[in-house]
Design a protein around this ligand. Structure first.
Ligand code: ADP
Ligand code: ZN
Ligand code: ZN
Length: 822
């Protein structure tokens, strides 16, 4: 029988490639193993995703097919469930198949290794002994070498030419030796007592005289138990290598190789004080746990939305669910937005499940990541906590996926494939018949709407467990604190006084600086009115170069208004205050206090964000200033005041999700205050005290916010009522980018009018950031209800682009379910 395999290589190629398989490799072929194949002029490692009989293939095509080169090991690297998932990612996010698989396979296993030359045993050309070609042949007979190594060995000028000639006549051939999976696992020597060997008292006495060291070592091993790492014995027990070797010679002990998988150190030392035993679940928690556990035991796919206010004990619910999964023999995945910012969650997981836990995050070395990968794949751990990409961990028996803070946009990957880990989680759960829990105090509109449509089951936690009430929220209208032309008051009197109070009472303060975005937006300094798009409910973006304001979705454009349309104030102002300036000012006001800042500038080194939080937890910092980083799920009992310095910056971003982002951020950060006995307070400074986001946050009213926001979205047909796919055309030449954008939009509109499809095209419009890294950006978007239709349509646009593009410098970026401003 002749066999054909379909192979995915880790390159930005749209589809899989097919190869013939020669007789001698056929027995090694199976789905999910690695294979080495020729691709254009090079050699690549790929994954076999399908095996077919040659007769299923058009006869004429098979001749064209190249042959696979080798199958390096028998291990399934990507199992069938994962293959399904990667194919789904590629399809849904319109991204090359190879890039989806890339995330699922550790780096080591993706490299084909360096090409080496070896002697082809089948051809026997004779050369004179001592001649140059014969010298090369002799050298390569003993071991294959890379060209580089050969060049070093033979300093002759002609070496490269000679080798090519030898390859041409089949005397030499190229081989590839990718790293074998087993070889890559680190091994350690262990000393083990020989079980079948019984050594009598007499024997020991005899040897006691001849080799006292050996006997001493043996007895201590006997005393301690069966086996020990050799390095430990050498280091701590001060036994010499010779002693061990002699004992081995006698046959009293043996040396065995063991695979070692190390645990990254970073998070181990955080001890969690709490103890599972002294927590009695609240009724709401009990109800949630019961619903989830029942489904887990039935081994059925289902998605829950755990909607619990900050401090309502969601994490405890996750932990119980994980325990149930474990008791049923299933592995669990716990996704968090960012590991470095959630040390408390990690430590709670560790202290509950100990060495059952593996951690996956971007701070791991390739080595550490590989070790964790193996542990998960071989079922040696049953819980994995990780960030976005951990959704591709190689579980064997996945029963539960938890997505904590499901509304966070760190779950969205901002490079190809532009997947959203929450949505991938739901898909993966479905493929694995697993349970998925999405948890949040401020669920995304998408997830919320899914509960209304009964796609997800809603579970609610409405009460705080540890303290009686939510913090009280005061809104300060910055307009009344400032002269109307500058609007750059940083600290209101109220906030200043309240900070002073906390410092006197030795309580802690968190101050949020909202720094998302930079797009200049115009605002009225007296009434807070923002210049915004009549079609899209988003703010218009000021373009300095031509003095216009534009909508970055639909390209609505007008001259910049001079005067406020609500109250007539002149002039309008542009928003924005630097972070550094804020910190300097605070230090001047509160010179006695210990103040730290936490944002991406400060936390570029992997652990510094973590150590700032640690210090804050130990109450060595009085005031912590920071960007959205400080808003995450921290639980610091001594924080009784949270201040939001500039709530407006985010609200005015030209992104249709900006209200939702700010609402979530403010609710999150407010939730950091007063988590224990002392009631908490929150002060929000804003120029727009009447904005519905500010109003609803003030009342802790998610429901009200959602209703308002959904009404807005519905009125313009934006997500979650329609799917959106955003296209970005980029080129160094602005005209080229713009022309292409117009051409694609025209193409799309023509097709739409013919098909009467339910899709809509928005734009084209210049990117909010017109030029990035020397490339101009133009963009347009599709809106449509049916996922399949809009997806097909986007593919057509992509195909059209590929045939029409005039140069390689022109690129098209496709973002399905976009989050970022482009
Ligand atoms: P959330 O994740 O909803 O913000 P957490 O799970 O972090 O809330 O819970 C906050 C604190 O309350 C934690 O220290 C947790 O151990 C504790 N906790 C959770 N459930 C209970 C309970 N039923 N009784 C007492 N304390 C609890
Ligand atoms: Zn006004
Ligand atoms: Zn618009």
């Amino acid at each position: 029988m002749s066999m054909i395999i379909d192979v995915v290589v880790f390159l930005p190629i749209e589809n899989f490639l097919s190869y013939r398989v020669s007789e001698h490799l056929q027995s090694k072929v199976s789905i999910g193993v690695r294979v080495i194949v020729p691709v254009r002029n090079s050699v690549e490692v790929g994954i076999i995703i399908n095996v077919r009989d040659i007769s299923e293939h058009g006869k004429n095509d098979t001749k064209e097919l190249k042959e696979a080169i080798d199958i390096p090991d028998n291990e399934v690297v990507v199992n069938e469930e994962m293959i399904k998932l990667c194919r789904w990612i590629s399809e849904y996010y319109i991204s090359p198949l190879g890039l989806a698989f890339q995330i699922a396979v550790p780096k080591f296993l993706r490299s084909s290794g360096k090409p080496k030359y070896t002697v082809n045993t089948e051809t026997k050309t004779e050369y004179l002994p001592g001649s140059f070609p014969q010298q090369i042949i002799e050298t390569l007979k003993s071991q294959p070498l890379e060209l580089k190594e050969l060049k070093k060995k033979f300093k002759e000028q002609e070496i490269e030419k000679e080798i090519l000639a030898l390859v041409k006549e089949d005397t030499l051939k190229l081989i590839f030796e990718p790293i074998k999976l087993r070889e890559k696992i680190k091994k350690e020597l262990w000393v083990r007592l020989k079980k079948d060997k019984i050594i009598s008292q007499e024997e020991i006495l005899v040897w006691q005289k001849k080799a006292p060291q050996q006997v001493k070592a043996y007895l201590s091993l006997l005393h301690k138990g069966e086996e020990h790492p050799l390095s430990d014995l050498l280091k701590k027990q001060q036994i010499t290598k010779n002693t061990i070797l002699s004992l081995q010679k006698k046959g009293w002990i043996e040396l065995v190789e063991k695979e070692v998988l190390r645990t990254p150190k970073l998070y181990q030392y955080i001890e969690s004080q709490e103890n599972a035993k002294d927590i009695t679940l609240t009724d709401e928690q009990k109800n949630a746990v019961k619903n989830i556990s029942d489904t887990l035991c039935q081994h059925q796919f289902k998605t829950f939305l755990l909607f619990g206010i900050t401090g309502s004990g969601k994490t405890e619910v996750y932990l119980r669910a994980i325990k149930t999964a474990m008791d049923n023999g299933y592995q669990s995945l716990f996704l968090v937005p960012e590991i470095a910012l959630t040390p408390q969650t990690v430590s709670r997981l560790y202290s509950r499940f100990k060495e059952q836990v593996a951690v996956l995050h971007s701070g791991l070395s390739d080595r550490e990541r590989f070790d964790e990968w193996i542990k998960i794949k071989e079922g040696r751990v049953s819980v994995v906590i990780g960030v976005r990409s951990a959704i591709f961990a190689p579980f064997q028996k996945l029963g539960l996926i938890v997505v904590d803070e499901e509304h966070e946009h760190t779950y969205k990957q901002e490079e190809t494939p532009r997947y959203h880990a929450r949505d991938v989680a739901v898909m993966r759960a479905q493929i694995n018949s697993a349970v998925c829990i999405l948890g949040s105090a401020t669920p995304s509109l998408e997830s919320y709407v899914h509960t209304l449509e009964s796609k997800y089951q809603l579970l609610k936690l409405t009460q705080r467990v540890a303290s009686g009430s939510l913090p009280s929220i005061q809104v300060v209208d910055l307009k009344s604190e400032t002269d109307k032309s500058s609007a750059d008051v940083i600290l209101s009197n109220m906030l200043k006084e309240k900070i002073q109070e906390r410092l006197e009472r030795h309580e802690q303060v968190m101050l949020l600086i909202n720094r998302r975005g930079f797009a200049p937006v115009m605002l009225c300094p007296s009434c807070g009115w923002i210049v915004s798009c009549p079609n899209c409910h988003t703010s218009l973006n000021y373009h300095r170069n031509d003095g216009t304001v534009r909508c970055h979705y639909c390209n609505f454009k007008q001259q910049r208004p001079i005067q406020c349309e609500e109250c007539g104030t002149i002039p309008l102002i542009l928003l924005g205050v630097g972070t550094q300036k804020i910190e300097d000012l605070l230090i001047r006001y509160f010179s006695e206090a210990s103040i730290s800042r936490m944002d991406t500038d400060v936390t570029t080194s992997k652990s510094s964000g973590y150590s700032i939080l640690k210090k804050f937890g130990e109450q060595k910092i009085d005031i912590l200033i920071g960007t959205q980083m400080i808003a995450k799920g921290h639980d610091y009992p001594n924080v009784t005041l949270v201040g939001v310095l500039n709530a407006d910056i985010g609200l005015t971003l030209p992104n249709f999700r900006s209200s939702e982002f700010v609402f979530q951020l403010l609710m999150q950060v407010a939730g950091r205050s007063g988590r224990r006995e002392v009631p908490g307070e929150v002060v929000i400074q804003t120029l727009m005290p009447n904005h519905y986001v500010i109003k609803t946050v003030q009342n802790h009213d998610y429901q009200m916010f959602v209703e308002h926001e959904l009404r807005n979205r519905r009125s313009v047909g934006y997500p979650p009522y329609n799917r959106m796919i955003q296209f970005g055309v980029e080129s160094e030449d602005e005209k080229e980018a713009r022309d292409m954008a117009y051409m694609l939009v025209n193409f799309a509109r023509n097709r739409l009018s013919r098909n009467m499809s339910e899709c809509r095209v928005l734009g084209p419009a210049p990117g909010v950031i017109r030029r990035v890294q020397g490339k101009y950006r133009w963009q347009f978007a599709l809106l449509g209800k049916a996922t399949k239709t809009i997806n097909r349509f986007a593919r057509d646009i992509n195909d059209h682009f590929q045939t029409k593009k005039t140069s390689n410098k022109l690129t098209l970026r496709i973002d399905v379910d976009p989050y970022e401003i482009y």
